[in-house]
Every structure is written in structure tokens, then in C-alpha cells.
Design a protein around this ligand. Structure first.
Ligand SMILES: C[S@@+](CC[C@H](N)C(=O)[O-])C[C@H]1O[C@@H](n2cnc3c(N)ncnc32)[C@H](O)[C@@H]1O
Length: 207
């Protein structure tokens, strides 16, 4: 099943499923981005708007991009604000956003579905203002090596989504090749249990 179709089905239960990765991402996003100021935000793979709500507390303008119509419908039901626009877009194509629009781009739990990180960092560089930030939070590659991937239960089966493994060095190399330097890297553990594999990794890059 295509990734887009799988998310269209997942949309109905995405916010209500037990999902430690989703919940830890929300903590990582808020803890990290609380330390930065931003006005214009471009949210990649905004999904049902889980993080949009919090970003709205600080931002003046947010554009959320996602290719799943059903995820976007949920987001639009939850978030009604003239500061926010949700747009259907495939991130593997060129992003139809003004260059130099954003002082913050965020991407949570989305890049595992995208094979070509070079394209993502190349577009991010174009859409970011000078000194703009790119925040990424993803399933930690250690988890990916051990077989973890995005999945959900339907009435009849477990639906596993198509994912690609990205090594830590790959994020940093692709960012550097596209004019972004690493500012911050963090690993996030379940209930701060550092004896197990970290669940998430997050990066802040700066243009
Ligand atoms: C796990 S969800 C994360 C949603 C949200 N960022 C969050 O943290 O709750 C991944 C999202 O990425 C979107 N996505 C995956 N690949 C995409 C692509 N190529 N273009 C646009 N959206 C994509 C999916 O539709 C889905 O909404």
C-alpha cells in the first residue's frame, strides 16, 4: 500500500492510538523549540496538526504541508486560525512556497518515509531565511536498525508503512552539503530510561 493511502486510513485513529513515538515527539518538539524564537513556520508532514497547535502559541504564520488529504482534514477540523494554512503537497516534489519564507522549518516523524534527504535539505535551504532554523525529530536510526517502523493496527491486520533508514551521518552530511550547519543534536528515551535504545533523535540546523 502507498504511504499516502496508509496515512489516509491511519488518520481516523492517529490521534487516539497508543503511540509512544508520537507522544515523545511532542515532548521533544516543545522542549527543544521553547528555546528559540520564530515567526514564520513551515511544517513538513504536519499530519493531524499535533505540533501545529503548540507552534501557534509562538508563531505568527504557519504553513503545514502534507500529502495525506485525510490527515489534513483532521488538522483542519482541530485548528481554525487565520495564522495557519494547511496545504496538500508531496515533499518529494518542489515545494510551492515563497523562497526565504520561514525562520523555522519543522519536520516530525516524516523523513523516514522519504528516501532522498538531499532534496529535502535543498528545498529547506531555499525556503529558509538567513539564520533560519530547521528542526528535525525522527525515529532514532538505532531503533530502525532493530526493526522499528511506523505501523498501526486495523481490524484485520498490522499495517506497516514503507520506510527508509537514515543514518545520523546522513542527516548531517546532507545538511552540510546544502548550506545548513548543525546547532543541536539530542537523543530521546522512553521515560528517560537511558539503558534502552533511544526512541527518537532530534536535530536543529541553521542556515
Ligand atoms: C507519522 S506522521 C507525523 C505527523 C506529524 N508531524 C506528527 O508528528 O504527528 C507522518 C506524516 O508525514 C506525511 N508524509 C509522509 N511522506 C510524505 C511526503 N512525501 N509528502 C508529504 N507528506 C508526507 C504523512 O502523510 C503523515 O501525515
Amino acid at each position: 500500500m502507498s504511504i499516502e493511502k496508509a496515512y489516509n486510513i491511519w488518520a481516523n485513529q492517529y490521534d487516539t492510538n497508543k503511540n509512544r513515538t508520537r507522544d515523545l515527539d511532542q515532548i521533544a518538539t516543545i522542549e527543544t523549540l521553547s528555546n528559540y524564537e520564530f515567526e514564520n513556520v513551515l511544517e513538513l508532514g504536519c499530519g493531524t496538526g499535533k505540533n501545529t497547535n503548540w507552534l501557534l502559541k509562538k508563531a505568527n504564520r504557519i504553513i503545514g504541508l502534507d500529502f495525506s488529504q485525510e490527515m489534513l482534514t483532521k488538522a483542519k477540523e482541530k485548528i481554525i486560525s487565520e495564522k495557519v494554512i494547511f496545504k496538500k503537497a508531496d515533499l518529494t516534489e518542489n515545494w510551492d512556497i515563497d523562497n526565504n519564507f520561514a525562520d523555522l522549518i519543522t519536520s516530525s516523524l516524516t523523513l523516514e518515509h522519504i528516501i532522498d534527504l538531499d532534496h529535502i535539505f535543498n528545498e529547506a535551504n531555499k525556503k529558509l531565511k538567513k539564520n533560519g532554523l530547521f528542526f528535525i525529530s525522527e525515529l532514532h536510526p538505532f531503533k530502525q536498525y532493530s526493526g522499528s517502523k511506523a505501523r498501526y493496527e486495523t481490524e484485520s491486520e498490522t499495517q506497516e508503512l514503507e520506510v527508509y533508514i537514515h543514518h545520523i551521518s546522513e542527516y548531517i552530511e546532507n545538511a552540510k552539503n546544502n548550506g545548513l550547519k548543525l546547532v543541536e543534536i539530542k537523543e530521546w528515551f522512553d521515560k528517560k530510561n537511558e539503558n534502552e535504545l533511544p526512541r527518537l533523535i532530534s536535530f536543529v540546523f541553521e542556515k
